[in-house]
Design a protein around this ligand. Structure first.
Ligand code: FAD
Length: 399
């Protein structure tokens, strides 16, 4: 592929850059916000304002129609806008789940009434969304989930617990997957719903993390009534809906949207220079190794994006970039802290954040081991894992 802009792409880049220069927030000497602080200060208000500004200019989702904040543009335009936007300290983290995962799902499987009610408000940043998939007993194997939804006339009654729900404490709505037919195999008795996060019976408890933030939550559902019109897709066909969301999740994370962003290789090179150790052969070797990995990551993501521009949906090879991304975050954190020494703990806690946030990159969006399974089975064609619950009703599977 050719990494240079065509004349048309160069014109878009110039247009986006000019618009961003005029409208985007600028660096003020303060480090940019990161996702663990979504709820802090006036962050949410600023995030909503920035999203509305983009929506009004047709940059909320460039490839979509104007009524959904787009301008009927191409995927390449969208990518170029993202590249240019990442040069500014924009407060985008609150919308990673809504825009990156839920909006494409609503568009793919939602009915017209649902699209009309939810999509524009989501794209405009007026409503924040959560993804309610993981449970205490269902993470990597999310299809084994146990939160139930039972039909009661025109409503469903939800009971159970979700966990690791990012941003639930700020959310208006959530996409939740529930068990609706325990007699079917695990993938076949699931239904997806739109749930009002402020409905009676929803209890949200933030979980404190080792980096000081509380980005995710436990969410309890106690006889929560959900109208039937909030079923997303078809009853008992929720696994297809979940897969649509999960595919988009990996793209959102792989394109730099999720979890990461707390330090870059350039920052760690600058730190080595500040400390006067950039001439040390061992430090140079570590920096070179890190730099090489980030270039490989970039080329992997360019390959995925090239496929996207040709209309291909993200495939299992996206797991390679996800796996590498986790390793880069850990290496970045370790090197930052070893270069900064005691300052990383006592002087500048932001340096320590690079290390404290790194473990999440090996888990969020699918753990390293699960990525390796996907690469083994679906990219390399190795034999599959034993699946003892195949063909067995969910109710009969020991848990
Ligand atoms: C920062 C962050 C944000 C998150 N946000 C959300 C969110 O908004 N919504 C949501 O629903 N979830 C969210 N999650 C949860 C995430 O999806 C799960 O943590 C993840 O899927 C792993 O599930 P688990 O934690 O239950 O671990 P488990 O699945 O219990 O895994 C435990 C260990 O066993 C390994 N393992 C599991 N299965 C296999 C296998 N088949 N082969 C080999 N090893 C295996 C795993 O790799 C891991 O090391 C978030 C997680 C993080 C870290």
């Amino acid at each position: 592929m050719d990494f240079n802009d065509t004349p048309e792409e160069a014109a878009w880049r110039e247009e986006f850059r000019a618009w961003l220069e005029e409208n985007a927030p600028k660096f003020t000497g303060q480090p940019p916000e990161h996702d663990m602080e979504i709820g802090g200060g006036d962050y949410l208000a600023r995030a909503k304002r920035w999203q509305a500004t983009k929506f009004d200019a047709g940059f909320a989702r460039i490839t979509w129609e104007p009524e959904f904040g787009g301008r009927n543009g191409t995927t390449v335009e969208q990518i170029i806008f993202g590249q240019e936007e990442s040069r500014f300290p924009v407060p985008n983290e609150a919308f990673i789940i809504g825009l990156g995962m839920i909006a494409p799902t609503l568009r793919a499987v939602g009915n017209d009434a649902q699209k009309d009610r939810y999509l524009t408000k989501l794209l405009r940043g007026e409503e924040i969304w959560s993804q309610l998939f993981s449970e205490p007993g269902a993470g990597s194997d999310v299809a084994s989930l146990a939160t139930t939804a039972t039909r009661d006339g025109d409503e469903w009654i939800n009971n159970g617990q979700k966990v690791w729900t990012s941003g639930a404490q700020f959310s208006d709505y959530g996409e939740i997957v529930c068990r609706t037919n325990p007699e079917a195999e695990k993938h076949k008795g699931i239904t997806a719903f739109i749930v009002d996060m402020k409905a009676p019976g929803v209890t949200i408890k933030p979980l404190k993390q080792m980096n000081g933030g509380a980005g995710f939550n436990e969410v309890f559902f106690d006889n929560v009534r959900v109208p039937h019109e909030n079923v997303l897709g078809d009853v008992n066909e929720g696994w297809t809906v979940a897969i649509t969301t999960l595919m988009n999740e990996r793209v959102a994370i792989g394109s730099g949207g999720g979890g990461g962003g707390r330090g870059t290789v350039q920052q760690v090179i600058a730190l080595a220079q500040q400390r006067g150790v950039n001439g040390d052969a061992r430090v140079r070797q570590q920096l070179a190794d890190l730099y090489t990995k980030t270039r490989i990551q970039k080329f992997l993501s360019m390959r995925t994006l090239t496929a996207a521009t040709k209309g291909k949906v993200p495939g299992p090879e996206g797991s390679i970039g996800k796996l590498l991304g986790g390793r880069i975050m850990t290496q970045l954190g370790d090197l930052t802290v070893s270069l900064a020494g005691a300052d990383a703990v006592a002087g500048n806690t932001r340096l320590a954040q690079t290390m404290l946030a790194a473990p999440a990159g090996h888990i969020a969006g699918g753990s390293d081991e699960v990525m390796k399974n996907i690469i083994g089975e679906r990219v390399l064609g190795l034999p599959g894992e034993p699946r003892p619950d195949k063909g067995v009703a969910w109710r009969e599977v020991p848990r």
